[in-house]
Write a protein that binds this ligand. Structure first.
Ligand code: C5P
Length: 225
């Protein structure tokens, strides 16, 4: 039986990868499939939540019933998240947001000149998770981040949780084909309260349900104010 513990709550989920434009036809992207975000949306819907899915580039369709807000770049994702976060009791940031973008987007397609390529200068993107955690749109709102770490998973995860200021950080161990684009996922969820919850390897839906268990425990009675 599915718990209806998210009934009456609205959740905001980010999914997929951002695309940072170099010129009108080229971008810097990443390998995020959007599967974990989609699984989070599907399981939240099944538990009774109303779901807003801010979606970057994904290779899986969103679940029926989610309100989908499509975005391209990290800065567009930031605008969409800020516009929709005030209504959310919980925000789960599963998107792979590019840390850097081309400092300038060329107005026209960059051409070969014969003089060799021009370097692409990069600028830092806003950290949406950190901003959202620092300026909660509603008191009691639960903010969840994801992190992919290749080494010192727990120590790096704990440091990232502190840096971001979120309530929960889902730390995936990546590398060797794990997590990105795969069906299965395994993680440890670190809490700002010092907790650490191991989630064994399994389908992304199972990980999503365990994340919602932890979120549901933290949403105040009656929802975020
Ligand atoms: O710093 P790092 O990219 O490892 O952090 C990952 C977490 O932060 C994810 O939840 C991601 O959605 C979020 N993030 C963000 N804005 C950025 C970079 C990451 O919200 N510019």
């Amino acid at each position: 039986d599915l718990p209806a513990d998210l009934a009456g709550h609205r959740v905001l989920i980010t999914a997929g990868g951002t695309r940072e434009p170099i010129d009108p036809v080229r971008f810097i992207g990443n390998r995020s499939s959007g599967r974990q975000g989609s699984a989070l949306a599907a399981t939240a819907l099944a538990r009774g939540a109303r779901v807003t899915l801010v979606s970057g580039e994904v290779s899986v369709p969103p679940p029926a019933g989610a309100e989908v807000v499509p975005v391209g770049s990290a800065r567009e994702m930031r605008e969409a998240v800020l516009a929709h976060s005030a209504a959310a009791d919980a925000v789960v940031m599963a998107a792979a947001v590019a840390d850097f973008r081309p400092a300038e987007t060329a107005a026209g397609k960059i051409k070969k000149t014969g003089a060799g390529p021009e370097p692409v200068e990069l600028a830092e993107n806003p950290d949406i998770l950190r901003e959202l955690s620092a300026e909660r749109a509603r008191p009691g709102q639960v903010v969840v981040g994801f992190a992919a770490e290749t080494d010192d998973v727990l120590a790096n995860g704990r440091a990232k949780l502190d840096r971001k200021g979120c309530d929960l950080l889902v730390v995936n161990e990546v590398g060797d084909g794990r997590a990105f684009g795969t069906e299965d996922n395994q993680a440890v969820v670190l809490g700002a309260d010092g907790s650490a919850t191991e989630i064994p390897r399994g389908p992304k839906e199972d990980l999503a349900d365990r994340v919602w268990d932890l979120v549901a425990q933290r949403i105040p009675e009656g929802g975020a104010a």
